[in-house]
Design a protein around this ligand. Structure first.
Ligand code: SF4
Length: 539
């Protein structure tokens, strides 16, 4: 029997990215040098499915929504995009989720703007929504509800939203609202067009359209008439279900929220909640029992697990890392912050102690995404005043360099992000960032420049696009590209070492990097430390 409620998304999301989470970023690139099919094969290969078309792994957040529906008695499940026809006549509601529906996320929009073409993930999602099964469901009045971190893309792409008959967009944490909404859809009632969840700022109240409703209890969603509904409720720890089936690359969340309040970030307003260790362990075991050997600790800042505000709690951080390491052979962190790395190491050698837990015969290093965003203390103070806390944000570049040294010493390999085109940015700010990139030149790690995308408290600001780039922006991108090529050659053999097929893929990936280097050199895209000073970009 097929599902009444089908949860699905495109191939770039339903893949284990060859067991290497970082390879997933390949789908945010444009399909250049090789055909798109090859990009998909390389960065988002298909996964195994069962007789119902349920994939062996699926994105963690989507697994939470699936678990919430199943524990409330719905006939629901995540279905692989190639196996949707197994539920052709049973489906009444289709739930969609994505990290990057239209490729507007910071890495994709940067590539799309530079190469003037749609990225692999955006093309893949469009193909899914134009497929015959989706067309069939639309003709048969199946209801479509979209959510996930990239749902805001549909506000910009109203044409596609209409074409694909997306009834409702759900913004924020979905666990509390998904059941009342789906129940309503199954009963054939009309749905609100937009549902928001979580706390509301004064600005947000002002922006709500006339006739909106603000409610506290998500169950009231079942009867409400308004088109736009804000549900102030935030799911408590008990209300957040444990995943029932494996997540992509063993990823398990340990907490929600972030206290730093950076203006460009959408996580900012979510309250902090730390999952207890037994809840975390249950989810790790779901993955381990399915044969997943390595995992990712998900948090906006792993070092703030159990923290008192922004001061790390060493005991809880060590315990949670030890728990993951007890069950997984290798682990990575989703994110950590510069300030917590420095604070933890200065106060209690926390990073050194964590590395003693993580590094062993199975793993020589671990990865994490680390936000630098800018090298300018002036701009940092303006857009992310608490990012350096408890340290002075005026010392931001020095803190970044200190953290890079700590990461190098303990074996944490960062993928660092910087943002070009932040509102209020001046050429001098970009030059400070160039200076910081130069200081980080010899440290391990990638530096990924991304164009500013209006989100969080800055959602009304203007997008930054390639045509707006100044000479210094261009120099910054070239410098990061050159550092990236240099570091990729070093890390690829180490990163792939644990795969039996590494002798096949490593030479190919190195060849791929070399090809990028040759093309970059030909177009004069390579740049080395200090060139902005030599060329008098800095006076
Ligand atoms: S530290 Fe990271 S997650 Fe937290 S508000 Fe800033 S950008 Fe967002």
């Amino acid at each position: 029997m097929g599902f009444n409620v089908v949860l699905t998304t495109d191939r770039t999301m339903i893949s284990d990215h060859r067991g290497k989470e970082f390879l997933g970023f390949g789908t945010t690139g444009p399909p250049i040098l090789f055909p798109e099919k090859f990009w998909l094969w390389l960065f988002a290969p298909k996964v195994k499915v069962d007789s119902l078309g349920r994939p062996s792994v699926a994105p963690y957040g989507f697994r939470k929504i699936e678990a919430e529906l199943i524990r409330n008695g719905f006939n629901a499940g995540i279905v692989d995009p190639d196996h949707l026809s197994k539920h052709k006549d049973s489906a009444k509601v289709v739930l969609l989720s994505h990290h990057d529906y239209f490729g507007f996320g910071p890495p994709s929009s940067t590539f799309a703007s530079l190469f003037k073409t749609e990225t692999v993930n955006a093309r893949s999602f469009k193909r899914l929504m134009s497929s015959p099964i989706m067309e069939y469901w639309r003709k048969n009045d199946v209801k479509f509800i979209a959510g996930g971190p990239a749902v805001w893309h549909f506000k910009i792409r109203q044409r596609e939203r209409k074409l694909w008959k997306i009834s409702t967009l759900v913004f924020g944490e979905g666990e509390g609202v998904v059941c009342p909404l789906v129940r309503r859809a199954l009963e054939g009632d009309s749905l609100p067009t937009e549902v928001y969840t979580g706390p509301l700022t004064a600005d947000e109240v002002e922006d709500l359209p006339p006739g909106h409703e603000i409610i506290n209890d998500p169950r009231d969603l079942e009867n409400i008439e308004a088109d736009v509904v804000w549900v102030k409720h935030v799911p408590s720890l008990n209300e957040i279900p444990e995943i029932l089936f494996p997540s992509v690359n063993g990823l398990v969340e340990i907490m929600r929220g972030c206290p730093r309040g950076c203006k460009f970030c959408s996580v900012t307003l979510r309250p902090l909640r730390f999952y207890p260790l037994d809840k975390i362990e249950k989810e790790i075991l779901v993955n381990v029992r399915a044969g997943i050997k390595n995992g990712v600790i998900h948090s906006e800042d792993v070092l703030l697990y159990g923290a008192n505000g922004i001061i790390p709690n060493p005991e809880r951080v060590l315990k949670v890392n030890a728990l993951f390491k007890k069950h997984y052979r290798k682990i990575a962190w989703a994110h950590a912050s510069i300030a917590a790395i420095v604070k933890g190491e200065r106060d209690s050698k926390l990073m050194s102690k964590v590395s003693e837990i993580i590094l062993d015969d199975h793993q020589e290093f671990w990865g994490a995404e680390i936000g630098i965003e800018t090298g300018s203390p002036r701009l940092a103070e303006k857009i992310m005043p608490a990012k350096a806390a408890p340290f002075d944000v005026k010392k931001w570049p020095e803190l970044v360099v200190e953290a890079a040294g700590i990461m190098e010493d303990v074996g944490l390999v960062p993928a660092m992000t910087i943002i070009a085109g932040l509102p209020g940015e001046t050429e001098d700010d970009v030059l400070y960032t160039l200076d910081l990139v130069d200081e980080l030149w010899d440290f391990n790690g990638l530096i990924m420049p991304m164009f500013f995308v209006p989100m969080g408290m800055l959602e009304k600001e203007r997008w930054f696009e390639a045509y707006q780039m100044s000479e210094v922006h261009m120099e910054l991108l070239k410098r990061c590209l050159t550092k990236g090529i240099r570091f990729a050659k070093k890390i690829i053999p180490m990163y792939m070492k644990d795969k039996w097929w590494h002798p096949l893929i490593v030479p190919f990936l190195l060849w791929f990097v070399e090809k990028i280097e040759i093309v970059s050199r030909k177009h004069n895209y390579l740049s080395y430390p200090g060139e902005h000073r030599k060329r008098k970009l800095r006076v």
